[in-house]
Design a protein around this ligand. Structure first.
Ligand code: DX5
Ligand code: ZN
Length: 216
């Protein structure tokens, strides 16, 4: 099966975002990855809902919303209003993760959970059957253009084993330092969804880059 490709607009040209969104629309990209930061959970701030309202209107592709914020459950109505397909929250930001996952599902979105590089896959054992997708961060979240952490490959293999053992249907997504080289290794390890920012938007021909990722 071909991987799902989700370009991260964090690396797009914010002054010409509509051009970059048109490129995504023309391309073979499956989803659009949107990174929301709060300067608290991660040491950076990206964009908020007043801006995203306009971004969301520029595409019909499913929105894959990655919230790098504390108390993400507060923003379920705002994420829903964007028309998001996936609402993704961090394991480390949710002491009551089970409740948050149910709330996201009740709001009519697909719930996903993300783990940081230092968070073990084994901690997902009791939630794996309730989530649509798990995102393994392969860099420390907060910035685009960082180097892929090699150990992430081992985590993908471990997660694949957990999913197979429990009969979960969760997709495996990876985000951070993903390019054609690391992407191929990730797919081999069992990843289903590749997020890529710099590899796509800094490429000479972003549309072709997406096509090549799709063909990995
Ligand atoms: C990082 C974000 C990523 C980021 C990936 O915190 O979650 O989605 O845009 O950027 P690249 O692909 O450049 O590492
Ligand atoms: Zn992300």
């Amino acid at each position: 099966m071909k991987p799902i490709i989700s370009p991260s607009i964090l690396s797009a040209d914010f002054a010409h975002l509509s051009d970059d969104m048109e490129m995504i629309n023309r391309s073979q990209a499956d989803w659009v990855h949107i990174d929301i930061m709060d300067g608290v959970f991660v040491p950076n701030i990206s964009f908020g809902f007043p801006v995203l309202k306009y971004v969301a209107a520029l595409t019909d592709k499913p929105l894959d919303v990655h919230l790098m914020i504390v108390q993400p459950e507060k923003f379920i109505p705002e994420v829903k209003a964007l028309g998001a397909h996936v609402m993704n929250v961090h394991y480390e930001a949710c002491p009551h993760l089970h409740r948050v996952i149910q709330q996201i599902r009740e709001a009519g979105m697909q719930p996903a959970v993300t783990i940081n590089p230092a968070t073990p896959v084994a901690l997902l054992q009791d939630i794996i059957k309730d989530v649509y997708m798990v995102l393994i961060m392969s860099v420390n979240p907060g910035f685009g253009g960082q180097q892929f952490i090699e150990h992430s490959l081992e985590k993908v293999r471990e997660l694949r084993a957990l999913i197979d053992r429990t009969g979960s249907k969760a997709l495996i997504q990876v985000d951070g330092g993903v390019n054609l080289t690391t992407g191929a290794q990730l797919i081999e390890a069992g990843a289903d969804v590749l997020v890529a920012g710099n590899a796509i938007f800094k490429a000479a021909d972003p549309e072709t880059e997406i096509e090549q990722m799709k063909d990995l």
